[in-house]
Design a protein around this ligand. Sequence first.
Ligand code: LLP
Length: 417
Amino acid sequence: MTAFDYREGALHAEGVAITDIATQVGTPFYCYSTAALTEQYEAFAGALSGQDATICYAVKANSNQAVIRTFADLGAGADVVSEGELRRALAAGIPADRIIFSGVGKSRDELAYALAQNIHKINVESEPELLLLGELAADRGVEIGIRVNPDVDAKTHEKISTGRADNKFGIDISRAREIFAQAAAMPGITPVSVAVHIGSQLTDLAPLRAAYASVAELVTALRADGHRIDTIDLGGGLGIRYRDESPPSFADYAAIVQESTGNLGCRLFVEPGRSLVGNAGVLVTRVIFDKQGLARRFVIVDAAMNDLVRPAMYEAYHGIRTVQEKASGVVESEADIVGPICETGDTFARDRHLPALAPDDLLVFDSAGAYGAVMAGTYNTRLLIPEVLVKGSEFAVVRARPTYDDLLKLDRLAKWQ
Ligand code: LLP
């Protein structure tokens, strides 16, 4: 990760000292690097350049409009999973005809909104959804994708596995031909795309290869059944390095895409999220206290599980660094890094080696660009934290910290109070 490096002993985001941002913006905050976002996008696009592939950035990973706009300017489309995300993608400048709508529980209103926007594709994930969409599209007609569940174990954390038969996603691949036939018989519906997504933070390509092989076989069978299948949506899922993982390279990924789908002549869509933004962002936090307990040392910081829930929710590992580079030979000891929230689950990491820290010292959590800010909440009546985008020697607050008034006025008393 070169976008967040030490320069003369101080951690920088590109050309900006993290300390300078912290002084102006306050802590905690998320900080993203335009250079890192751009580099990842271009590397992904470059690897797929020999194929007819469109990158639809999975907005759920980081839906700040400044981040989406960065990708829009590079030519990206978007994968969205709610009306809110669809509105964000459009507002950030993604053309409607480059937007794909995935998700297992799209409501009638959401489907109607997506139809009205003429987005590129709605990926249907169940029979009841197909019937509802058929009803909504009966008098206008729509080409759709159908997401299949290939029953492949992505070998990732069980909470983010989506391609096994016991996961809620997609239509069981064994029933796909039957459902495509049902769809094709509906007045407003033309099924032209097969979609698949088996999970996130994949560090092994074998499950993806298996899933793509099943999809390719299905496309051939569907064509034999008389369907005009011209599109395949390959989902997202490529992992990143948080600690010592060796995620597959974009080149190796592109090779399995070519190997499994190259002879079908389909237009391809891919939906990477984490691999484009994960290592392009950090969370900056301030030490409140360095507390020595009887059994353990606790570094208590001003960020908490409501700001970055991944460690509490998925036992996720995030690297932790001091913003001031550690002097060589400095004495370190093991510490748990915890937030101020009133539950033990509010623990970011255990047994990390850190020097003695003073109140106000700054720390960063690495690899926080994906599924960080987007999963934040206001538990303990804590404010959502700002997001900052750096480009070269400039930075901009791309989401401001709300005030306590903003937060409190969301509630109102009942009329009898
Ligand atoms: N396409 C679909 C249909 C998806 O459901 C997802 C992610 C993606 C694409 C993007 O996957 P990616 O390239 O980012 O792996 N909150 C969890 C991750 C949840 C992923 C959900 N689906 C985490 O923090 O690890």
